[in-house]
Design a protein around this ligand. Structure first.
Ligand SMILES: Nc1ncnc2c1ncn2[C@@H]1O[C@H](COP(=O)(O)OP(=O)(O)O)[C@@H](O)[C@H]1O
Ligand SMILES: [Mg+2]
Length: 240
């Protein structure tokens, strides 16, 4: 068996005196899986993603991602971990408005110490793959929502993350743009990218993932593999 990309072991998290946002959640995600996390508002989905991303720490339990004990990282270690292992995509894109598309996309690589020329080449390659080459010098304010989200995906892929995390990536998009993003995630997964996507959007979950984890009141209430992992993904897993 290959090493899991994500291993959560009895993870609990509560905020202040509220009920637990997560209660003894255990979850294993293997390389090449695309997992949808579905659940009503307030069920703990973003809390789960934040713990995996090292943006928050559990009260009890362990979080291991690609061999890193994320729950034990300090602030600097956690920032370094995110830069090297994680790509994140958010509902409202979180692009920097005073940087161009290319400026946004190269940022994670520049922060990780990649030379300017190499970062620019990688950004150009990604923007080409995502159909954004003609937008490279535009500012985010001039782009449609769907284009902004594709820029956010390009930025998330810049450092070749072991894991792509997306929190409601179609939540602010119209249907057509949402389908574009969904197709993009499907293609990335077909190439072997491990993905966890939090969503309310059943169509997104069905079309771009092969496993659905349901969460309610901070507990996992369902975990169903909906399709076989594609043969290409299996091959790339075997090659690891
Ligand atoms: N920073 C916070 N401070 C206090 N309570 C929070 C915070 N973040 C989330 N919560 C609470 O934790 C629970 C789970 O929230 P969240 O993970 O954001 O759910 P979801 O993403 O599924 O909507 C909710 O009850 C929410 O109010
Ligand atoms: Mg949320």
């Amino acid at each position: 068996m290959t090493m899991p990309v994500i291993e959560l072991c009895e993870v609990s998290r509560r905020y202040d005196d509220g009920p637990p946002a997560l209660h003894e959640v255990s979850l294993t995600v293997r390389p090449g899986e695309a997992v949808a996390v579905l659940g009503p508002s307030g069920s703990g989905k973003s809390t789960l993603l934040n713990l995996i991303a090292g943006l928050d720490r559990p009260d009890t339990g362990t979080v291991t991602v690609d061999g890193v004990r994320v729950d034990r990282l300090g602030e600097a270690g956690s920032a370094r971990y995110r830069r090297s292992k994680i790509g994140m995509v958010f509902q409202f894109f979180n692009l920097l408005d005073d940087l161009t598309v290319t400026g946004n996309v190269v940022l994670p690589a520049r922060l990780a110490g990649m030379a300017r020329g190499a970062a620019d080449r990688r950004a150009a390659e990604l923007l080409g793959l995502l159909g954004l080459d003609r937008r490279a010098r535009a500012y985010p304010g001039r782009l449609s929502g769907g284009e902004r989200q594709r820029v956010a995906v390009a930025r998330a892929l810049m450092n070749r993350p072991a894991l792509l995390l997306a929190d409601e990536p179609t939540g602010a998009l119209d249907t057509a743009a949402g389908q574009d993003v969904s197709r993009l995630l499907t293609e990335l997964n077909a190439e072997g990218q491990t993905i966890v996507v939090v969503t309310h959007d059943l169509a997104l979950a069905r079309s771009c993932t092969n496993r659905t984890v349901r969460i309610a009141d901070g507990r996992i209430t369902g975990d169903i593999r909906s399709q076989a992992v594609t043969s290409q993904t299996v091959t790339s897993q075997a090659a690891r």
